[in-house]
Every structure is written in structure tokens, then in C-alpha cells.
Ligand binder design. Sequence first.
Ligand SMILES: *Cc1c(COP(=O)(O)O)cnc(C)c1O
Length: 423
Amino acid sequence: MTLTEKDSQYLWHPYTQHKTAQTPIAISKGEGALLWDENGKEYIDAIASWWVNPFGHSNRFIADAIYKQLTTLEHVLFGGFTHEPAIKVAEKLIEILPKNQQKIFFSDNGSTAVEVAIKVALQFFFNKNEKRTTIIAFENAFHGDTFAAMAASGISFYTQAFQGMFIDVVRIPVPVKGQEQESYDALKDVIQKYNCAGFIFEPLVQGAAGMVMYEPEALAKLMQICKEHNVLTIADEVMTGFGKTGKTFAMDYVTEVPDMICLSKALTGGTIPMAITTFTQEVFDAFYDDDINKALFHGHTFTANPTGCAAALASIDLLHTEEMQANIERIHKSHLDFQKKIEKHSKVITARTLGVIFAVEIKSESEESYYGSMRTKLYNFFIDKGVVLRPVGNIVYILPPYVMSDEQLQKVYKTIEDAIEMV
Ligand SMILES: *Cc1c(COP(=O)(O)O)cnc(C)c1O
């Protein structure tokens, strides 16, 4: 049996209707921005394997750090124990995060980082005997697939089977250009009507919605409104963190500081699943008490896994090298040139760039659904040409590993141009 035949016998893939899905491609090797399948066909990974892999596949620097840690201390329980890798990650993050972030809580993936933040927002008020049980989130947000994260997410076909079983979430419009006032007014309105504990948002870019972008000034304004009403703010930087927007964190563009930040994806350079939720001292202090019932009763078996921490430390070191910063700048400039060229095309509605993130919306005859026919046609075209891109409806986005060469990037652009001609 081939790998793909065995796969279809044994495996259940994410976001996949197995009856109608094409067989998956079996990848056997990765290096830098490239992947190779079992038949030796080469692909450019133009989306950094779901946005996790900024430093390239099979990165030696991170691999060496992991090996060293694996042969020193691979894991120790974090209940009642601690270790240097976790402390170093905390020190490092506190140094580079917005200045008010003081406490680090480890978990395993983006959804759990969000789950922890939402539970903390709710218990923060419970611990203070204040009744606040509603979470505010943006329309079309994506915060993950566990229950509270799913409740906060607004992409409805992901969550429709579970309607009526969620924590209370109210939604406000995203303050995209021209819609800012509507968003501010909606926020004030929901804060008036509901007992709001927290506001969770993807800062500046809504990834899964199709790289929808909005301005830092608008986010600052929304955060100010929250602050005036003592609503906790949660920046979900799971996608935007670690250089994607051109700064280390998207929040580095914003004049306001959040109460909590969620991190995962690029945290370990795409090597080991790990996530972190960070907090202000004030949030932590609401749980700090002689009463054990005020503690945060949340944890995972692999919390602060030392190997994951070693990978995170190596990744953060890599991010801050001159070479990697120059790569980010180079890709950003290149995207801007491509945007200028492509946005004039008659089949293009709009194009946008922030940091290494680029997105183009293609005109379509019919209303394009998330997994609609245009999306499938585009996806297959890209795969055929050896470029990994996953369009969202009629939106094609690029989020390359920072190590992608100019030549590879030009090939990605050219393939997108050809795809636009084709549809
Ligand atoms: C991917 C993502 C998540 C969920 O992360 P997982 O590791 O897939 O659970 C949460 N928030 C945002 C903004 C994301 O992009």
C-alpha cells in the first residue's frame, strides 16, 4: 500500500469531509521554504505550514537546541516543580512583550492559550464577586476549536453543530476602513446591555477570516472603551506574533496595552506544539489569595514542557538576528511591489499587505463560500504548480517563512497572477 492508501484506511484529518476530499499529499522532507512529497515533487510552502514556520523547515539551530534539551531533561511535571528553560522563556518574553505583561502561563496550542485567557477573564470577576459573564468578540473572528475558543469564533459553519451550548459571547463589527464608528458604537452598546468580562480580538489582522486588516488607531480606541468600563482586553496574537506583522507583536503598533496576550504557532518555530498566555500583575493578583478556591484550576500534562521551551528560546533568538529582521523587511517590500502591480488587475477587488502577510481578493461571479468552488479550483491550480497556498473563498493570501528566497517569492507571485487569469 502507498502512504496515501494507508492514510485513507487509518486517519481522520482536520477540517476534512473525507467522502468528498481529495487524497492528501504525503510529504517526506522539508528544508527552508521547500517541501517534497513521496514522489519527489517539490513545493514552495507559501503559508509557512499554517503560519507556524517562520525560520524554515528542518531548521538546524532549533533542532540542535531541542536535541540538547532532550538529552538533558525532556520533561518534568510543572505542578510543584520548575526548571530553567521555562524561567528563561518567561524572562525573554517579559523583556519583549508590551511592558505591562508580567506573568506567563504555559499550555499546548493556540486554542488552549485562548481557553485559558477566557477562563481567567471570567474567574477574575468571579473572584471579585462581580457578576460579569459575557465575552465580546469580533464578527468572523477565529480563536480556535476548543469550546470557549469556538464560542468566541465567528466563522459559523465551524460551530453550527454546537449552537446553544456555548458561553455567552456578543459580537461587534471589525473596525475596517470606513466602519470604525460602527464598531465603536457597537462596543459601547454591548457594554451597556451585558455584563461584559472581556474583549478578545486578533490584533490588526484576522487570519482565518482571510487576512482582514484594520488600523492600530481603531483598536486603541476600542481598547480605551473597554478600559473605561473595566472590561479585560485579550490580544490573541497566536497568528500575528513573532514578526508576521513586521514588528515582534501586532500590539507593538498599538498605543494601548492589553490585559492578556495569547501566543502559539510560531512560538517554537513550528517544531513542538506549545502555547503561552501572558497576564498583567493586576490579573494575577485577583487569583492570589489565602483561599485556594481563588486559584486558577487549569493545567495540562505537558505544561511548560522543557523541550518545547528550548525550541521557543532558540526561535526567539533566531527572530532577533539581523538576518531574520532583514528577511522580514525584504519580504514586506517585495509584497508592496506586488500589491501595486496586482491591485490594478481587472479581476482583482483589492489587495493588502502588513509585514510578511499579503492578501488579494479575486472577483467572483457568485458569492464565494469559505470552501466554495473557486477556492477548490485555485487550491488545485497552486498544488499542481508546486506552490502550497490555501485560499479562503476568493481570497488568496501569502504568509511565507521569513527564509523564503526572492526567487521563490517571485514564483509564488507569478503563480498567483496565472491563477487570476485562469479563474
Ligand atoms: C490558529 C489560531 C488559533 C488556534 O490555534 P491552534 O493551535 O490551532 O489551536 C487561535 N487564534 C488564532 C488567531 C489563530 O490563528
